[in-house]
Design a protein around this ligand. Structure first.
Ligand SMILES: Cc1cc2nc3c(=O)[nH]c(=O)nc-3n(C[C@H](O)[C@H](O)[C@H](O)COP(=O)(O)O)c2cc1C
Length: 320
């Protein structure tokens, strides 16, 4: 009670802030919808308030439209799924004409995930998206075969990564995050090559290559034979790789792979991620990202933290 029976005014205590910064990009919270699992945003718009997310990454975009792989394209696996969509997309022209007008109205940053078959194609799509209103930046997917480099993934060779990312950097001044593949020998070296070529941030992990077999027919379950494994099964690998990459680069790291709950996201933050992406979990529960935001906030409150910086990269190992 305050003076003379007047209830004391509640002191306005500001709660913890979830804001994070990725280079030039300011996010109101660290939870981003991952590429290929959130369509072009519009697909989820009637279901959740898109503006509550930290950011949205659109599905992979190429210069020309792509039909993708033959069906079946999805297979359930223990604690995860295999997909072989084959980067089906509407192509740049249709994206700008049909998808971007909606995305311009979304009240959180929109990153466009891009890919190409050659260094030149990566440069061209980056150039044509540079400074386009409504696009906060690019996420460059390098998990694609380099057609002029013998079909080996760009992502698996530091020199190829340097070449393709330098090209994108020269073609666009926009915020650029490079999405790394886990299907490599030394992810720290690959991340470093991306940083040296001008990346503003790196995101990881993309899916792990897997194979599911129908034992009755002795044929692959997926039309493409192999597919990309995602979901909870890959989380420990993602967390380990984020931890390694965070120690090898100076740019922000965005973690993903199997995040379903706030606890999963917190593991990535503690391992060194500044932000996280939620992928397959959005198929099962479109509200997963929102629940994770609430859960992270509750954790900060419960631990008396005013923001995320004391948490990011705070993993204690023996000797700390
Ligand atoms: C159906 C599907 C489609 C995907 N498409 C893309 C894509 O177009 N570009 C990309 O960089 N990653 C793509 N990914 C990878 C995800 O963005 C994410 O890196 C991966 O699924 C791991 O996160 P998760 O375990 O939370 O799903 C796709 C994943 C799935 C499951």
């Amino acid at each position: 009670m305050g003076v003379k029976g007047i209830p004391a005014m509640r002191l306005k205590t500001d709660g913890p802030t979830l804001q994070v910064t990725l280079g030039s990009l300011k996010l109101k919270n660290p939870v981003i919808a991952a590429s290929g699992t959130f369509g072009y945003g519009e697909e989820y718009s009637g279901i959740i308030p898109l503006g509550s997310l930290g950011a949205i990454v659109t599905k992979g975009l190429s210069l020309e439209p792509r039909k993708g792989n033959p069906p079946p394209r999805l297979a359930e696996t223990p604690s995860g799924m295999l997909n072989a969509i084959g980067l089906e997309n509407v192509g740049l022209e249709a994206f700008l004409r049909e998808k971007l007008p909606f995305l311009r109205r979304v009240r959180c940053p929109v990153l466009v995930n891009i890919f190409g078959n050659t260094v030149k194609e990566y440069g061209e799509i980056a150039r044509r998206l540079a400074d386009v209103e409504g696009i906060a930046g690019l996420e460059v997917n390098i998990s694609c075969p380099n057609l002029k480099g013998g079909g080996v993934l760009f992502a698996s060779e530091p020199t190829a990564v340097h070449q393709v990312i330098s090209k994108v950097r020269r073609s666009s001044p926009s915020f650029m995050m490079v999405k790394l593949s886990p299907n490599v020998a030394d992810i720290g070296k690959i991340a470093l090559a991306a940083e040296e070529a001008g990346a503003d941030a790196v995101s990881l992990i993309n899916t792990l290559t897997g194979l599911a077999i129908d034992v009755q027919t002795r044929t692959p379950v997926l039309g493409n034979i192999t597919g990309g494994l995602s979901g909870p099964a890959i989380k420990p690998i993602g967390v380990r790789m984020v931890w390694q990459v965070a120690q090898s680069v100076h740019i922000p790291v965005v973690g993903m792979g199997g995040i379903v709950t706030a606890k999963d996201a917190l593991e990535y933050l503690i391992a060194g991620a500044t932000a996280v992406q939620v992928g397959s979990a959005h198929f099962a529960d479109p509200r997963a990202g929102l629940k994770i935001i609430d859960g992270i906030l509750a954790y900060l409150k419960a631990n008396g933290m005013s923001g995320l910086s004391p948490l990011i990269g705070s993993l204690k190992t023996k000797g700390d």
